[in-house]
Ligand binder design. Structure first.
Ligand code: ZN
Length: 256
């Protein structure tokens, strides 16, 4: 069975440091391939406390969309857990190069515990296990950042990770299921994140089968994400759902 689990739905530093929402990233299980995207603080605890428990040793890969703390803090720990404390060398880490090079978040000590480290780049195409994914465009977010188009046999999922809106953004994320990191209720020019009006524009143009908004900052938490999702559904005619911590989505009903 194919599914996605939201181990955390927090975005932005104040929701993070107060843990108003968890920061465990997103676990994808598609065609028997398990990938963990953006392991923020507390990811391992979130995996082990899941019901049923998620075993990090089942992971085939860890993907960092970028190196900000709420997306990457537990990357070393999750490599340790994926590789059984380093005893079983396995798995692939996909990451922008600035998480490895300058002021690196991935410690050298952990780098040879995985089978391979692959540096993400614009228009990159990758495969892992039974799935493939692309990083179509470099985002506008201060550090090197990518979104993902993940393809399995029956499912396509797009994840628009952190970015300021830019012309054409939605055109390269055409998955049947669209996951949107909507940090802000109403954006400000200097803050490099999507807000509700950006989300509405993207959803209206792309018309995915399902859109899930997640990665909420303080203004979104206060605005009650489930109410925002309902309004977006009415405005766009697309089923929009607000992710909650621990929410599991069965992909079966969204098959191609
Ligand atoms: Zn970020």
């Amino acid at each position: 069975m194919n599914w996605i689990k939201f181990l955390g739905t927090s975005g932005g530093r104040f929701v993070l440091i107060n843990q108003l929402r968890k920061t465990g990233g997103i676990w994808f299980c598609i065609d028997d391939t398990n990938i963990l995207v953006d392991p923020g603080p507390g990811t391992l605890t979130r995996c082990l406390k899941s019901r049923p428990k998620l075993n990090p040793r089942d992971l085939d890969a860890i993907i960092l969309t970028h190196k900000h703390l709420d997306h990457s803090n537990d990357v070393n720990l999750m490599i340790e857990a994926m590789t059984n404390g380093g005893w079983d060398k396995k798995g692939v880490l996909f990451t922008p190069s600035d998480a490895l090079d300058e002021d690196p978040i991935v410690l050298h000590h952990f780098r040879n515990k995985v089978d391979k480290i692959v540096k993400l780049k614009e228009k990159g195409k990758y495969s892992i296990g039974n799935i493939s994914f692309e990083t179509p465009v470099k985002h506008v977010h201060g550090v090197e950042t990518y979104g993902l188009n993940i393809s399995g046999k029956n499912n396509t999922v797009s994840l628009i990770s952190d970015t300021k809106y830019f012309e054409g953004l939605e055109k390269v994320y055409r998955g049947d299921i669209l996951i949107l990191n909507v940090v802000m209720h109403k954006g400000k020019e200097h803050i490099l994140h999507l807000d509700i009006s950006d989300a509405e524009k993207i959803i209206s143009k792309n018309k995915p089968k399902l859109c899930i908004i997640t990665h909420f900052g303080m203004t979104m938490v206060k605005a009650k994400p489930w109410e925002v999702a309902e309004t977006l559904s009415k405005k766009t005619g697309v089923n929009v759902v607000a992710a909650s911590d621990g929410m599991k989505l069965d992909l079966g009903e969204y098959n191609k």
